[in-house]
Design a protein around this ligand. Structure first.
Ligand code: SF4
Ligand code: SF4
Length: 147
């Protein structure tokens, strides 16, 4: 992962609005194997705010949703007692400074995943008439947002 030079880490957080690291979470999921697995994954990604990525051969479900403890001032309301996940988060390689997370794939939509399934498996799913699913995957690795 490439990094930007950080002069004052806390200036960086002040400029990160809203705090990118507090606006989503991701969990590892089983890699899909069967037709049912793939179809279930298509159903999951059909939900708004859900994306799926592959990192080092492991699959993850990512949900864009703001933590309930992020205040309107962009601060953590439980900073002293925040969970270990937040404590271990590195400001130097965070979502704001990283340019590329090195994901093998990042499916940001139903159509992204459908295109990947078509290219990489023998499973075929019917497409709703009048819906245009790209023949080739347009998936790109995550590009972290910059200032
Ligand atoms: S993503 Fe990085 S810069 Fe933004 S609030 Fe989190 S630690 Fe700070
Ligand atoms: S607990 Fe605090 S630091 Fe952790 S995600 Fe929520 S707002 Fe951010």
């Amino acid at each position: 992962m490439s990094k930007k030079k950080i002069k004052n880490p806390w200036d960086q957080c002040k400029n990160c609005l809203p705090a990118k690291c507090c606006t989503y979470f991701s969990v590892e999921i089983d890699a899909p194997e069967t037709r049912k697995d793939h179809e279930a994954m298509l159903w999951q990604i059909a939900h708004k705010g859900v994306s799926i990525y592959i990192y080092r051969k492991a699959w993850y479900l990512m949900v864009d949703t703001v933590c309930g403890f992020l205040t309107p001032e962009n601060k953590c309301a439980i900073y002293e007692t925040r969970p270990y996940i937040c404590r271990e988060h590195s400001i130097e390689t965070c979502e704001y400074t990283g340019d590329d997370y090195g994901f093998t794939e990042h499916f940001k939509s139903y159509d992204d995943l459908m295109a990947w399934i078509r290219e990489n498996t023998n499973f075929r799913f019917k497409v709703q008439p009048n819906r245009d699913v790209p023949a080739k995957s347009t998936v790109r690795p995550l590009q972290a947002a910059t200032a």
